[in-house]
Design a protein around this ligand. Structure first.
Ligand code: GLY
Length: 335
């Protein structure tokens, strides 16, 4: 078992990574907790044993259930149960479950403890760690939410063996991003070590910039084009798949702006397409102008200029003032 500490003063917590890590759940619950409200979905592959009286709340599957209606239904259930600040919510599932359970925990009685048991690769290396919680509204994804750090996170690698291949691909998209945030050779690591290293990189970024005033935005490397691709393909391309293409695009854009060499662009292809076997080409039939317009909407824009997270000689950083012409040219240079 590997333990990664997320250092946030008196809100610091441990992330436990390893096969069978779920057996540590009871030890991770706050000592004040008397009961557990367990939030999960049907079909989640892990059974957990919190070691306290426990009531189970099953939420729907699919983005349409990541909603304020689901939060209301959960909170009404908590009211029936009489859940108090001396209890704990446990979210067991992928990123959707932990985002919803986290937001319910942030809201119920103005905040009660939550522990996440992440069962997907995306959840382990991203969603379950760092305290971003929230739900969608018709106008957009994750527009309503709160920063609410968990009291602990469990990444039980047993769950990964049960994931459908597409879900694994999505996790790899997020994982590929971490290759470029540090100089680490993640590919040389075993699975547990690699997941733990991704968690460690995220923990370090979150510890320095919990509320995304600056550095935390680097965790969105590859995400600007990815969000546009998700929208433009009507989510036929899943988030992690879109991030893979977005990473390659960000490399082309950085090269176009003279920030990185052609060899470094090639490294992006090798990691995303080679090591992680993700698509690196733009899907056919998309309008480049429309993708640029969507990217401009995704980030705050000054005049006709866009902001991206881009690689460079100083490492990955936020770069403002990218013109629409440069953004279009980089799309054209993708193979
Ligand atoms: N998913 C990016 C972040 O947690 O900041």
């Amino acid at each position: 078992m590997i333990t990664v500490r997320v250092p946030l003063g008196d809100r610091s917590y441990d992330v436990l990574v390893g096969n069978g890590a779920r057996s540590e759940l009871a030890a991770l619950l706050p000592s004040t907790a008397r009961r557990v409200a367990l939030v999960t979905q049907e079909g989640i592959p892990l059974e957990v044993e919190p070691g306290l009286p426990c009531e189970r709340f099953v939420i729907g599957d699919g983005e349409q259930h990541k909603s304020l209606a689901t939060i209301e239904a959960l909170c009404r259930g908590f009211a029936r149960m009489g859940l108090t600040r001396n209890d704990v919510i446990v979210g067991v599932g992928g990123g959707m479950v932990t985002d919803v359970a986290g937001f319910a925990a942030a809201s119920w009685h103005r905040g009660i403890p939550v522990v996440h048991v992440s069962t997907t690769l995306v959840g382990m290396v991203d969603a379950a760690v760092g305290g971003k919680t929230g739900v969608n509204i018709v106008e957009g994804k994750n527009l309503v939410g709160a920063y609410w750090q968990p009291s602990g996170v469990i990444c039980d690698l047993d769950a990964l063996a049960t994931l459908p291949p597409r879900e694994v691909r999505c996790g790899r998209g997020e994982m590929a991003k971490y290759h470029f945030l540090t100089g680490d050779d993640l590919l040389a690591m075993g699975e547990a070590e690699r997941v733990a290293r991704c968690v460690q990189i995220k923990a370090d970024v979150v510890a320095g910039d919990e509320r995304e005033g600056g550095r935390r935005a680097l965790l969105n490397y590859g995400h600007t084009l990815a969000h546009a691709l998700e929208i433009e393909t009507n989510h036929a391309l899943a988030h992690g798949e879109a991030v893979g293409i977005g990473l390659v695009y960000a490399a082309h854009l950085a090269h176009h702006l003279g920030r990185i060499s052609a060899e470094r662009v090639q490294q992006h292809y090798e990691v995303v397409g080679g090591a992680y076997e993700l698509d690196t080409a733009l899907p056919d039939g998309l309008s480049p102008a429309r993708l640029v317009a969507l990217m401009a909407r995704d980030k705050k824009v000054l005049g006709d200029q866009l902001t991206f997270v881009l690689d460079g000689t100083q490492g990955v950083e936020v770069v403002a003032g990218v013109t629409a012409e440069a953004a279009l040219a980089a799309l054209a240079s993708m193979r």
